[in-house]
Design a binder for this molecule. Sequence first.
Ligand code: BGC
Length: 446
Amino acid sequence: MEKFPKDFIWGVGSASYQVEGAWNEDGKGENIWDRYCHSPESKVFEHQNADVTIDEYHRFEEDMDWLKELRCNAYRFSISWARILPAGTGAVNPKGIAYYNKLIDGLLARGIQPMVTLYHWDLPVALQDKGGWANREIVDWFAEYARVCFENFGDRVPYWITLNEPTVFTFSGHLLGAVPPCIQSFEQGLYSAHHAMVAHGTVVRLFRKMGLKGKIGFAFDIVPKLPYTDAEEDKKAARLANATTQYFFYEGVTKGKYPKEAIDFYESKGVKLPLQDGDMELVTEKCDFFGLNYYLTQAVRYKKGCGLFDCEYVFRENFPVANAVEWEIDPEGLYDVLKDVQKATNNEVPIIITENGICQDDYCENGEYNDDERLGYIRAHIDVIQKAYSEGVKMAGYVCWCGFDNFEWNNGTNKRFGLIHVDFETQKRTMKKSGKWYREFISKNS
Ligand code: BGC
């Protein structure tokens, strides 16, 4: 198999709300995850919050040393919008700018490239109170925020990601109500999804206009829903489940058209796509890389009246299940997705795996965290990436999710994805077996 090129990106990722803590320090505004976690309606494990989490806001120097110890040449992190613009728009918080400057400079000094996500789900509440992603004005709000980031950090950041996993904050947040802003509305589901894509394209265009020298893209999650059997009704169910979740965005950017099944579904609920002239040109604005978050595949079976889309998820035989999260592990599924992206982008746009990893409950033996399941998972997925690369798929990098155990959204601190263990009581960091393996692997491959 072809060796990975010397400049291949080997990184780990994080998101501001999951790692920073310092939720109300140094002028930071409140965001929708702060508000949700502090409210009695929160569905988070044991009503936890990320007020402190792994305290990266105060411990970033130590954490950057850990990243160096991991031999990473990139660190993917997100900027907290409310730390930069506490009210979402308007006044800029100088202490927020100073924090990210220190982080960016510290990474560069250690030979680690910053890969910055502009939005990883933590919208300032001031904007949610004006309708958030369901309000078309979000396009301008997001552009204003992006401009401040580009002006302050654009001279040093080589990789920018506009949005992380739009499926989660649009459909899960506005249609299913599973995560903040916890709304259940067909209209807001579709509106927020489309506005997110228009906002993404607007910011890519702004980036070009400002003549920044870095690269810009997105981080879409793809969880292929595969028909459980060959029956036509299962195939149809899988298609609808794909079209109304991740493939809504995927087909939007690659085909310039949202899936017909999704549009028909919303029309059947009386909701029309709020399309304005020029929107799809924005949605398809050319990116420098295709950021792909990949974890698993799922099988779907038709079942009338089940859920919103008349289907249920079924476990398949012969797929190992990651017990901690009940995900069916499917590295070959990643191979199929990579081939599909290659085709959809005419192999013109390099692919960066912007997230991949697994939750495993840790067990400690003589001070060692032996997370063999995680190690095997990562190795198997990197093997598949190497196979695809050897066959000519344009691959540019791999970002493992994630560096440090952290606040895992609705699962709180109950689910761990890190290569580095964090004791949430003492904040002590300890490299796990998977981290040691990743370090050796990177050393041999860069
Ligand atoms: C998200 C991360 C999350 C990870 C594991 C992704 O959907 O972008 O923030 O921690 O999955 O659940």
